[in-house]
Design a binder for this molecule. Sequence first.
Ligand code: 2U9
Length: 344
Amino acid sequence: MKEQLQTLEKEAIAKLHDANDLKDIQAVQVTYLGRKGSITEVLRGMGKLSKEERPVIGELANKVRTTIQEAIDGKKEKLEQEELEKQLQKETIDVTLPGRPVHVAGSHILTSIIEEIEDLFIGLGYEVKEGPEVETDYYNFEALNLPKGHPARDMQDSFYITNELLLRTHTSPMQARTMRALEGTEPIRMICPGKVYRRDNDDATHSHQFTQIEGLYVDKDVRMSDLKGTLHLFVQKMFGEDRELRFRPSFFPFTEPSVEMDISCKVCSGAGCSVCKQSGWIEILGAGMVHPKVLEMAGYDSKVYTGFAFGMGPDRIAMLKYGIDDIRRFYTDDIRFLKQFHEA
Ligand code: 2U9
């Protein structure tokens, strides 16, 4: 039996020596060490041995087994290494070939406009807050003094998910949420940018999805003059020091009094041209003093706190600033259109 084991060991090592690939090695593993392999076969005959011989042969069998297994592992590693080297030889890289061009992306023009406005208001101590695009009827309408059945709701017809859930029609619900969370305990200075949705037939000046950025300033003793001063600064920084402002009375359910703000037309300096529709003025945003009802609903005492709010459309601002003729260009992802603003 001893000789048998030694012969098997020699045989296995010789076969491994001649092995050319992993398949040959696998065959050695099965033939000698497998469940039905030669070594196992020999060990099965151990029952016939005497008590003294059994441990001697057992030890030898284990040694042979280990020797063969180590030889298999060693050969496997050697073949794998050779295979890897062959592969690497084949895959040499020609470093003299020209590289593939890397396309560097940039911000969407609307994102850039929003960030510019954000930076400006952050400089004035405002916080930027973003809210959910799926809103409750309460925060989108009720809390902003637009109760169910209010005619102004029609102008903001929207995408309803349920009777009480809809895609927000403006970013104002986030201001209402912030006020509600503070329950009249603290002043607020915040701006809220984001996407909003309205049921609209898309054309050059309408889009069912567009962007808004709104501001809210609530504190004791906030006046209309604060609103005017803040917006004047905004216009000077955004459109140039030489722009003039004009406020016209308007109506929004959430502000009282409400105004619309125009800036002087830069193209014709007020003389009248096609950009300003011959008026010399360009409408830029809506604003007003926060309606006392809106303050009260959010838990602010309207006898102690007052505030101003304003809202504008970055789409419109970008169109005016860059002479863009169609709002749909922002949402149809023509790379030639979007790229212009990275090169500028
Ligand atoms: C609260 C109270 C008041 C936000 C305001 C406007 C006026 C406004 C439109 C301009 C063009 C939006 O992009 S647009 O369609 N917005 O004119 N928005 S005051 O007033 C608020 C908001 C929240 C709690």
